[in-house]
Structures are given as structure tokens and as C-alpha cells.
Design a protein around this ligand. Sequence first.
Ligand code: ADP
Ligand code: MG
Length: 263
Amino acid sequence: GQPQAAETATTLPAPAPDGGASALLRVRGVRKAFGEHVVLDDLDLDVHAHQVVVLVGASGSGKSTLLRCVNLLEEVDDGVIEVEGRDVTDPRADADAVRARIGTVFQAYNLFPHLRVLDNVTLALRLVHRTPRADADARALAMLERVGLADKARAFPDQLSGGQQQRVAIARALVSQPALMLLDEVTSALDPELVGEVLDLLGELKDEGTTMLVATHEMAFARHVADEVVFLHEGRVHERGAPEQVLDDPREPRTQEFLRRFR
Ligand code: ADP
Ligand code: MG
């Protein structure tokens, strides 16, 4: 009835007038279950070019599963995921071509320990994109320069701090010039004093126009960098909106309860 429609309108803003058609990432009605356990339930999400959308929610709320569905590490049970207007959940979609447009950085253990930093960054360029070595090396060095680690090109990952390793992992994801970056709790495994250098880098990338979907527990980062904060609860979008609304003035009791842990 009327009251319910009004409430939906306040907590879940209507999709863009074009229904998200112009979105770089468009997720509609996505459902994903592991056995009986429904992990994503009728999930809608848009990320437009140059936007940063931050996913927050308790552990187990489905953040990683959503990111893994987007880069085709998991298959959805229902719904549609479009990247640059192409339905990537179509069984005929070329998974490698989709992944080539997406850069992903996980929580930890991103780098190949037996490869030098430079070779970690060039690997996908050379194997997936068939970039000649000299060209790949030049691009990788430029990207390492960008993340402040050009002097570590010859080092092995275990000679770097955790924060430096994550910056290399970000450089590796960016070097293929993806349309969309997916970042899953990239600072969660870091010692507290190393978190800032990684979050600062993400802030700089946002200023340069990088499009990102970020799962994080770093509420200060979400507040300062997100264009939109999406609060997931039990696999559903429970509340979404501008960071100052969702984080500072949440409407939903569950959002309020979740955020109290970070006060
Ligand atoms: P989050 O990243 O928000 O912590 P996840 O997406 O990792 O949440 O997990 C959501 C739920 O899905 C959790 O209950 C988790 O145990 C379950 N889950 C995730 N991956 C699998 C899997 N491969 N098999 C079974 N259950 C899974
Ligand atoms: Mg997770």
C-alpha cells in the first residue's frame, strides 16, 4: 500500500531514469545460493563510470560473493550482471574477455611469491593481453612509479611490507587498464599502520576517475571516497545512499546497529 511505497522510496532511491542502462556495472535481480543458504537475494546495483561504490555489511552479508559473481568466479543462480552493457552472466559470454575488463584485488596473498614485483605486474599483460615484453615492462614500471614503488621492481614480494604488496597488487590490476576495479577488503590483513598508505592510494585513484566497487570495513574511507554506500544485510541491499546519509544518519535500525561497532 501507500505507506510501504513511501518507505521504499526513502530508503532505496529509484534507479536512474535510464534504469541503469548507462551504468558501467549493472546488477539486476541477482540471486546466489550455496545449497539452501541464500547469500545474494534479488540484488540490484549500479556503478557508473568514475564512481566509487562502497559495500559495507557484517561478515557473511554477501560482499565477497557479489564481487566474485561480477568477475565470474561464481555463477549466479538468477538475474543479470552487465559490464559495459554486455551480459556477463550469459553462458555464451567470453569469461576471459569479461575479466580482461575488470581488475580485482583481494584481501591478501595476491602476489606470486616466486616472481619479482615487475613480473607480477606484467604477467597478465603478457599472458592474457599478449603484450610484448618490452612494452609490458615499460607499462608496469610506469604503474609501479604511479603507486610509489618503482624502486621495488626487482624485489620479491616477501621483501616488501604488506602495504607495499597491496600497492603492487593494485598496480597489477590497473596495468591492464580495466574499466572497473573490484577491491575486496584490501586492507583487512594489514597491520594498522600500513592501512593508510593503501587507502590514500585508492583515494588518489578515485580523484583520477577510476571506477571502483569496494568492499571494506574502513568507514572513514567510505565516508570520504564513496559516491554511494550500499549496506548489505543477509544478501539484500538494506540501505543505500550518499555516505553522509547512510553512515551518519542511517534510517534503518540494522544499519544503525552495524555502524555502532565502528563508533
Ligand atoms: P562477506 O564477504 O560479506 O563476509 P561472503 O560473500 O564471503 O560474505 O559470504 C556470504 C555467505 O556465503 C557466508 O555465510 C559464507 O559462509 C557463504 N559462502 C561464501 N562462499 C561459499 C561457498 N563457496 N560455499 C558455501 N558457502 C559460501
Ligand atoms: Mg568478504
